[in-house]
Design a protein around this ligand. Structure first.
Ligand SMILES: *Cc1c(COP(=O)(O)O)cnc(C)c1O
Length: 406
């Protein structure tokens, strides 16, 4: 049979055709009124997409560049910081803050679990300058409670900045950036905004900009104050990734269409879409008798699944690719061979979700020897979830009277 290649990976994600066309047509110089108009429009759209009143900045780098910029612009050597880590991307915060001379307190959770608020509270010191965390940890498929962490910081009277890697959280997870007290939120182009890798974006709260005034870490390319000054004039400090910025504008237009022309509503629809794809996938793999790797707090960004005992997850990854050209990811680092991950970030729809679940049933039939396996188990569970989630909302019903106690 013909096999169409499809990415089910947590970045890069499938490309939006309209964004690809916009890239191909972006033959403009960056120091022109044409580019300034594009740049100002896209920066404005990003503000709505992120959901903040603060300025959003764009950087020509992968997501990690904006993570580094947050550390180099907001901390000084010797600063006490708290890193909340539950996977490979949490470990990246730890490595980055140490690279810039911070004294790092670490709260970590085992892979597959989220952080215990009580431990976060215990680890917070009066001198903690910043707390670093992921909204969703793509390496394990877990979701962290950013609202809860923000509330905890507020209640403890901590002055620490809350710095959130939302690279796979934005567009898959409800995030009330300003309302929850998030000081820095970071996104990347190859995730929910459906365009190729190469752009990072981030926004800083007023408090964060104040911290940038006194930060003593060295920086040059990622000088956020300089970038902000230029952005206000519709310019970037250095040659911007023009084609990617054109693509981003087209993608944000597409997301707005999902909300009937309202970008914030479109972003919410995109989040709901990811939540539905993730819920379908979780129900499907559990119906096969497979176990979720992050069952207590699964993210809508990616679903991580344990293979049956004794099976290397690489077999499933390889079979899905060779038989169906469906690209799912293996575990990272020491999780390699132990899990496989199916992403739901960005341009995945009902059809894609049903297709990957159908293909997974074929692999299960041929390779997994699951007790009681029958075709249709996973698909039926996913169909049920979809039907429930897409049913028209019922009108509020009066609560059933409590049954009289016998
Ligand atoms: C993809 C990703 C990143 C950034 O990785 P880059 O390769 O630098 O773009 C950071 N954090 C999370 C949670 C991610 O999923």
């Amino acid at each position: 049979m013909i096999r169409k290649t499809r990415l089910f990976t947590p970045g890069p994600t499938p490309l939006l055709p309209a964004a690809q066309f916009a890239m191909a047509a972006a033959d403009i110089h960056h120091r022109t009124p044409e580019f300034r108009a594009l740049y100002e429009r896209v920066l404005g759209q990003l503000k709505t997409f992120v959901g903040t009143k603060n300025d959003v900045l764009l950087l020509a780098s992968s997501g990690t560049g904006a993570m580094e910029a947050a550390v180099s612009n907001l901390t000084s050597p010797g600063d006490r910081v708290l890193v909340l880590s539950a996977g490979k991307f949490g470990e990246r915060w730890e490595a980055l803050t140490k690279a810039f001379g911070c004294q790092v307190d670490l709260v970590s959770a085992p892979y597959g679990e989220t952080l215990a608020p009580s431990e976060v509270k215990k680890a917070l010191r009066p001198e903690t300058k910043a707390v670093f965390v992921q909204a969703t940890e793509s390496s394990t498929g877990v979701r962290h409670d950013i609202q809860g962490i923000g509330r905890l910081l507020g209640e403890s009277g901590s002055e620490a900045l809350l710095i959130v890697d939302g690279i796979t959280g934005l567009g898959t997870t409800k995030l009330d950036v300003d309302g929850w007290g998030v000081d820095v939120i970071i996104g990347g182009s190859q995730k929910a905004v459906m365009i190729p890798p190469g752009l990072a974006y981030l926004s800083l709260s007023e408090r964060a900009w104040k911290a940038a005034e006194t930060s003593k870490n060295p920086r040059y390319y990622f000088d956020l104050k300089k970038e902000l000054k230029n952005a206000k004039k519709g310019e970037s400090s250095y040659t911007p990734a023009v084609a990617l910025i054109a693509a981003l504008g087209a993608a944000l237009d597409y997301i707005a269409v999902q909300g009937g022309g309202d970008l914030a509503a479109g972003r919410d629809a995109l989040v709901e879409n990811a939540e539905t794809c993730a819920a379908m996938t979780r129900a499907a793999v559990e119906a096969l008798g497979l176990k979720l790797f992050a069952p207590s707090a699964p993210s809508a960004a990616a679903t991580a699944v344990l293979p049956p005992a004794g099976v290397d997850s690489g077999v499933i990854v390889k079979e899905l690719k060779s038989r169906f050209a469906a690209i799912v990811t293996n575990g990272q680092g020491e999780m390699k061979g132990r899990i496989f991950r199916i992403a739901h970030i960005g341009l995945f729809d009902y059809m894609d979700t049903i297709a990957i679940i159908g293909a997974l049933e074929q692999v299960a039939a041929a390779n997994l020897n699951l007790p009681g396996f029958a075709f249709g188990q996973a698909l039926a569970a996913a169909q049920q979830v979809f039907a429930e989630r897409s049913a028209p909302a019922k009108t509020e019903k009066a609560p059933e009277p409590e049954l009289a106690k016998a």
